[in-house]
Design a protein around this ligand. Structure first.
Ligand code: NAP
Ligand code: SF4
Length: 673
């Protein structure tokens, strides 16, 4: 059998999980829509895809514990009836589902937030109120009530959220818990709350109900838990009646990335492995596991009894079924970009997925059989064109792709060269597999023109972008390159570099130029780079000596004209990582400049509207990353002869173009043709 460890059943005594894969909790925003058919379809689609057990997004046990005002929870009989729609649909699809109970404590974005002590978190504007003993009892009672209601609503279990720096986690560390009553002081006292919660939930729900406790195995904050405390808590949680221990990595306020694409795959499985043998209930590991082979390796290496994957189930609901059928290459890969999932969640938008715009839109974006089969030409094999072609094929259309380059992938082929963006290789491979398996007619090294497209019923222009001309005197000199020359590896770059433009590509080029060996490909190097240590050696797993990055390969200055923080418009949950990574490499970030001219000495700039402080940035190479404009010559040619092409992706709107918008736009277009 392929993936024998991952696909082995897991006997929990009163019930059996059909394999070792858990879909981890994700806050998608679906429950808040109260469109229960849509919520049910999201989970049922994943149940049909073969995952053994799913955990819902966090449900608030009460008003003060909600992540934000109005957060979903099981507060009324009507809520129970609504959630039953979801659990019934999941069970009909052969799946199991547990409800996560999430009390945010001081992470609640609300004036009513509560915690162990009145210590404000660095990521929230609201200081929490310190709970008195009665207040703590009320929180426990509300969590227990939520668990009982979850059972009434037909859930197979609950997950008690005890990690990521949320309420229960806050009691464990002296950094937040300053109490001197029975809920604070000694570790025994500080862990009383989570243990009491698990004990009372178990008493209330009975023995035959899955109770997962998500335990913070490495806090990644100064003064976090020690490993001995983690083990002590795990044993106490087992004794209190938990069925399974799930792993949480890092508090939300940690300044060490834990799930971004630059984090090596399975970067934290070594932490969970340390708990194996310390408890006798199953242990789940988590974070940056995104292919069946990685999941299999983690289990075969004895790092855990089960794996949790969350975002990979947005990218492809059929992850497990495809793996079991020997079709792993057809699994749409989660590239850990956060662009359509977590960045949306933290902007109050519905989650989806960059590579699968149907995620969370299952009932709305439907790719059913087309009424009339058409011959469709797609010009451009970047993410926009490829995703459109695949969606059109799924609907039964006859698709031909024209691509002037010798390979598919478009700008993805540049992204994959950037250290920390290695996941893009898998995305290009996935598209390669899918277009080949679909038998789509791909014409590489072929420039499409009006004549070549004459016989197609529909033409889709996905020709992408051309670099913007920043019109700087001297930009034609031999020391000036475009980002394309650099990322395609065609041009030699000097030791001292100025980068003009600090958008996503300027940041990427800077990363590319200061790094020799990507730490994403080497876990030890990555841990050293970000200062991750073993919690057995240092509290919280934060290295005492801090981050120890490799010295930069080049001296880079990154510039923009806007007088604001550089990287302000990068991803909401990942921008800080890009900025921190470049700061660690001493990249100089300069805003508010005017580009006066380039000559053999380097880049001459001035500052502000008054063009003050004219000065020279002495560099060997200047690289232009000044954004792009749409490449729509072919679209205009077609319109001129009376055709009405569909223009998508960067060819449509280049500003703020990214693969997320391109793929979403193309897939939605394909659903209408
Ligand atoms: P961009 O984000 O639009 O950034 C363009 C940069 O060039 C800005 O810093 C801008 O700053 C500068 N600029 C604009 N016009 C200029 C001019 N006439 N002369 C000199 N500088 C000028 O474009 P991009 O960096 O090429 O990226 C394109 C898109 O790819 C991004 O929007 C992003 O969505 C996507 N992308 C995303 C990532 C990611 O990590 N998520 C990575 C790579 C690319 P000033 O106007 O202040 O000078
Ligand atoms: Fe993964 Fe990116 Fe999709 Fe989120 S948006 S699920 S990180 S591929």
């Amino acid at each position: 059998m392929t993936y024998p460890h991952m696909l082995a059943p897991l006997d929990l005594g009163f019930t059996t999980l059909k394999n070792r894969v858990l879909m981890g909790s994700m806050h998608t925003g679906l429950e808040e829509t109260r469109d229960w058919n849509r919520v049910a379809e999201f989970y049922a689609t994943r149940a049909r895809g073969g995952v053994a057990l799913m955990v819902t997004g966090g449900m608030a046990p009460n008003k003060e514990g909600g992540v934000f005002p109005g957060a979903a929870g099981l507060f009324s009989d009507e809520d129970i009836t609504n959630h039953k729609i979801v659990t019934d649909r999941v069970h009909d699809a052969g799946g199991k589902i547990a409800m996560q109970i999430l009390h945010a404590g001081r992470y609640a974005y609300s004036l009513e937030c509560v915690s162990a002590s009145a210590v404000k978190s660095p990521i929230s504007p609201f200081p929490p109120k310190e709970l008195d003993a009665g207040g703590i009892e009320k929180q426990i009672a509300d969590i227990v009530t939520a668990a009982v209601r979850a059972r009434e609503a037909g859930y197979d279990g609950v997950e008690v959220m005890g990690s990521e720096g949320y309420f229960l986690n806050q009691f464990l560390v002296t950094h937040v818990n300053k109490r001197d009553d029975e809920w604070g002081g000694s570790y025994e006292n500080r862990m009383r709350l989570p243990v009491e919660v698990v004990k009372r939930v178990r008493e209330a729900v009975g023995p035959d109900f899955i109770l997962i406790y998500r335990l913070s195995m490495i806090d990644l904050i100064p003064n976090g838990s020690t490993w001995a405390e983690v083990v002590q808590l795990a044993r106490a949680i087992e004794a209190a009646g938990a069925t399974i221990l799930n792993t949480g990595i890092g508090w939300h306020e940690a300044r060490i990335p834990t799930i971004a694409t630059s984090v090596p795959r399975r970067a934290f499985s070594w932490v969970t492995k340390k708990l194996m043998g310390e408890v006798s209930i199953p242990v789940i590991t988590s974070n940056r596991i995104n292919t069946p082979q990685v999941a299999e390796d983690v289990l075969a290496d004895g790092c855990a009894d089960m794996v949790s994957m969350a975002r990979p189930f947005l990218a492809d609901p059929e992850f497990v079924a495809k793996a079991a059928a020997g079709q792993a290459a057809q699994i749409a890969p989660c590239i850990a970009c956060n662009q359509a999932c977590l960045d949306h969640t933290f902007s109050g938008k519905m989650s989806s997925c960059l590579v699968n715009p149907r995620a969370c839109f299952e009932t709305e974006l439907v790719l059913d059989a087309a009424d009339e089969v058409k011959a469709v030409a797609v010009v451009g094999a970047g993410p926009a064109g490829l995703s459109t072609a695949l969606a059109l094929h799924e609907r039964g259309h006859k698709v031909s792709i024209f691509e002037k380059a010798s390979q598919i992938g478009g700008q993805l082929n540049m992204a994959k060269q950037v250290p920390g963006k290695e996941e893009f290789w898998g995305l290009v491979d996935y598209y390669q597999t899918m277009v080949a398996d679909a038998g789509i007619d791909v014409r590489l090294e072929t420039v499409a023109d009006v004549a070549a497209l004459a016989d197609f019923d529909e033409v889709i222009i996905a020709t992408g972008v051309t670099p913007r001309d920043p019109a700087i005197p001297g930009q034609d000199g031999p020391n000036v390159l475009s980002y394309i020359d650099v990322l395609r590896g065609k041009a030699p770059v000097g030791d001292r570099v100025a980068i003009i433009g600090a958008g996503g590509i300027g940041f990427d080029v800077a990363e590319f130029l200061v790094t020799d060996d990507s730490p994403t490909a080497n876990l030890d190097a990555w841990m050293e780079e970000w200062g991750v240590a073993d919690p057995a050696d240092v509290r919280g797993g934060v290295a005492a000596e801090g981050p120890q990055p490799e010295p930069p390969v080049r001296q880079v200055t990154l510039l923009q004209r806007k007088a604001q923080k550089l990287g302000k418009n990068l991803g909401k949950t990942t921008g800080w990582i890009h900025r921190a990574a470049l700061q660690m490499k001493n990249v100089k970030m300069v805003g508010g400049v005017n580009y006066e001219r380039i000559d053999a000495d380097g880049l001459h700039v001035s500052y502000g509207e008054a063009r003050e402080n004219p000065s020279l940035i002495a560099v060997d190479t200047v690289i232009l990353c000044a954004g792009q404009g749409p490449q729509r010559t072919l679209a205009d040619d077609l319109i001129a002869v009376g055709r009405t092409p569909h223009v998508i992706g960067g060819a449509d709107v280049a500003a703020e173009l990214d693969a997320k918008r391109a793929i979403d736009q193309g897939t939605r277009l394909a659903a209408t043709i």
